[in-house]
Design a protein around this ligand. Structure first.
Ligand SMILES: [Zn+2]
Length: 575
């Protein structure tokens, strides 16, 4: 009602009437509240001027030039917390809403002057949007109402945990974030909450001269999430993470690592923390280890079938892990999902009739019914020593987290030769380099050739976002770099994501394993035993029909599932 009165007055006056607020008032009020994301200046200013909600809003609209979205329209619209995170919006008193039949996006704000909010929204929204003004009180009411819905979907993500053991881990939930009075604790919890919600694999906190950048690794790629203002705040965030990980807060000049556990609605989540001194302070990387995704009980058990492998690769992997004894080597760079593949393979053969023991650094996931031993170098429990102990523990299948020294390599091969199935990872570029790596570690070529049953290498390739995918044509330069001609592409429908809010403007959503593998036969064994050059191994493997990484990735590109750029990111072009 009051809004209409003000508007009529404006229209009727025809000439510029003195607004009830001028820019100086706003400057003053913001200065008193120290700017930033703090929006309390709005309430203070309104109280100072003794204005009603509607009158204040209208005055603010006329000074800022931002149009008002009426209460009715605001509450009739549908909030969309897929495009902007609920927690981040609550902190900034804004709401992304969809209106009308076309579902156009509008960002409703309480504070039209916050550069921080404007920048944050610009960097996170990939589709066009309008900005509108609403009263803080209405935005709060809308956020409070939406919270129920946000929580409900959160609960659907997983069953409630047994509440009988509240001692283990801090709780990360909307209630806990809002209930905490410390801005530092709240900020850290909000970051963890968002990372879990978006299924990030890592959180990167990077100190800058003026504060800190927060980035998440989503589908293998780092994405900027928010900026923390102020070096002091940045340092306090790091301290908070150190406290949670039981690290030394006073020590800021040497790297430290630790871990901590939190509880979310769905599960327990462990974070592995690495703190590194930098020129602007300290940086932290938090790796999320979501153990619930692999353990039994209420949660789904990861199987090979969940790895999204193409059929031939899946069959080969199944056949390899079904071997009664021998050695299976898995290789790939960090973050290529090879540990996940090994875990899935172990689950496949985990029937309870055989004794499965692992030695890992660290134990990333707990597997039901499997004895898992963490390496502890400080206490002298190395891979080699642990492996010797395991062999006295009557194992059938053994997983060695990584073979990186001569002793471990020797024992692993011996174990495989004496009737055990040994699964392990080795750092190498391709399945052919793996053999060379082990020989270099001093393993006897003949023993290796007898022990090996298969070698597997893999990468994770991002797939095109299904919501914004459209036909595309790689440019000639890219084709040349990739050793491809236009002719080779004829007859294929090439697709790429254009970028939308569903894929955070990257054009990619979800990942798939691409694999290269070799199953040993007599011919290959001879070549390994006689230390034949890599080229001979490669030739024989090709004859045998083994898959190579580049071909596997290229097949996905030609099928319109990914882009040439992504293929080139994860595999080398053939020379
Ligand atoms: Zn998309």
């Amino acid at each position: 009602m009051v809004v209409e009165a003000v508007q009529q007055e404006d229209a009727g006056a025809q000439v510029q009437i003195a607004p009830q607020l001028v820019l100086d008032d706003i400057r003053q009020a913001r200065l008193q509240a120290l700017g930033g994301a703090d929006t309390s200046w709005l309430e203070q200013l309104q109280a100072q001027r003794g204005l009603e909600d509607a009158g204040f809003l209208q005055a603010l609209a006329s000074v800022s030039g931002l149009e008002v979205l009426s209460s009715d329209a605001l509450f009739a619209a549908t909030p969309d917390f897929e495009v902007l995170s609920y927690v981040e919006c609550s902190r900034r008193h804004c709401v992304p809403v969809r209106e009308g039949s076309d579902g156009a996006l509008t960002l409703v704000l309480a504070d039209p002057y916050s550069e921080e909010i404007a920048q944050w929204a610009r960097s996170h929204l990939s589709e066009a949007y309008d900005a509108r003004l609403a009263h803080m009180r209405d935005i709060r009411a809308l956020l409070a109402g939406a919270e129920q819905a946000v929580r409900a979907t959160e609960e659907q993500l997983g069953e409630q945990l047994d509440e009988s053991d509240p001692s283990e881990g801090e709780i990360v939930s909307l209630e806990a974030i809002e209930a905490d009075s410390s801005p530092v604790i709240r900020a850290v919890s909000a970051i963890l909450y968002d990372a879990l919600k978006q299924r990030a694999s890592d959180i990167h906190l990077k100190s800058t001269p003026g504060g800190m950048n927060v980035k998440f690794r989503l589908d293998g790629v780092l994405v900027g999430v928010s900026d923390i203002r102020g070096a002091d705040m940045a340092q306090r965030l790091i301290s908070r993470i150190k406290v949670m990980s039981m690290l030394d807060i006073a020590e800021r000049r040497v790297p430290q690592d630790g871990r901590f556990r939190v509880r979310s609605k769905a599960s327990y989540v462990d974070f592995r923390v690495s703190i590194m001194p930098s020129i602007h302070g300290e940086d932290a990387v938090l790796r999320l280890l979501d153990r619930s995704s692999l353990t039994g009980g209420q949660e789904k058990v990861l199987r090979l079938a969940d790895l999204s492998l193409e059929a031939a690769a899946m069959t080969t992997l199944r056949r390899l892990v079904a071997q009664p004894y021998g050695m299976i080597l898995v290789t790939g760079p960090t973050g290529s999902g090879k540990t996940t593949t090994l875990y899935a393979a172990l689950q496949e053969i985990n029937h309870g009739h055989e004794n499965i023991i692992t030695i890992e650094d660290p134990v990333e996931y707990q597997l039901a019914g499997v004895l898992q031993i963490p390496v502890n170098e400080k206490k002298g429990l190395t891979f080699a020593r642990g492996l010797r102990s395991i062999l006295r523990h009557d194992p059938d299948k053994i997983m060695v987290g990584e073979v990186r020294d001569e002793e471990t390599a020797q024992i692993s091969v011996q174990a495989a030769l004496t009737g055990h199935l040994v699964l392990t990872t080795v750092h190498a570029n391709s399945i052919f380099d793996v053999v060379g790596r082990l020989l270099h570690m001093g393993v006897d070529a003949y023993s290796l050739s007898s022990a090996l049953v298969g070698i597997w290498a893999q990468r994770l390739l991002r797939l095109n976002c299904p919501r914004c995918v459209r036909p595309y044509e790689p440019d000639p330069e890219q084709l040349a770099v990739s050793n491809l001609s236009m002719d080779a592409l004829r007859g294929h429908t090439l697709l790429a994501g254009a970028g939308c809010s569903h894929c955070r403007a990257t054009g990619y959503k979800g990942r798939q394993v691409v694999a290269e593998y070799m199953t040993m036969n007599d011919r290959l064994r001879d070549l390994v035993a006689t230390k034949a050059p890599v080229s001979a191994l490669r030739q024989e493997a090709a004859l045998q029909g083994s898959q190579n990484l580049r071909d596997a990735a290229m097949a996905l590109f030609l099928a319109g599932r990914t882009t040439l750029a992504e293929v080139n990111r994860v595999t080398f072009a053939d020379a």
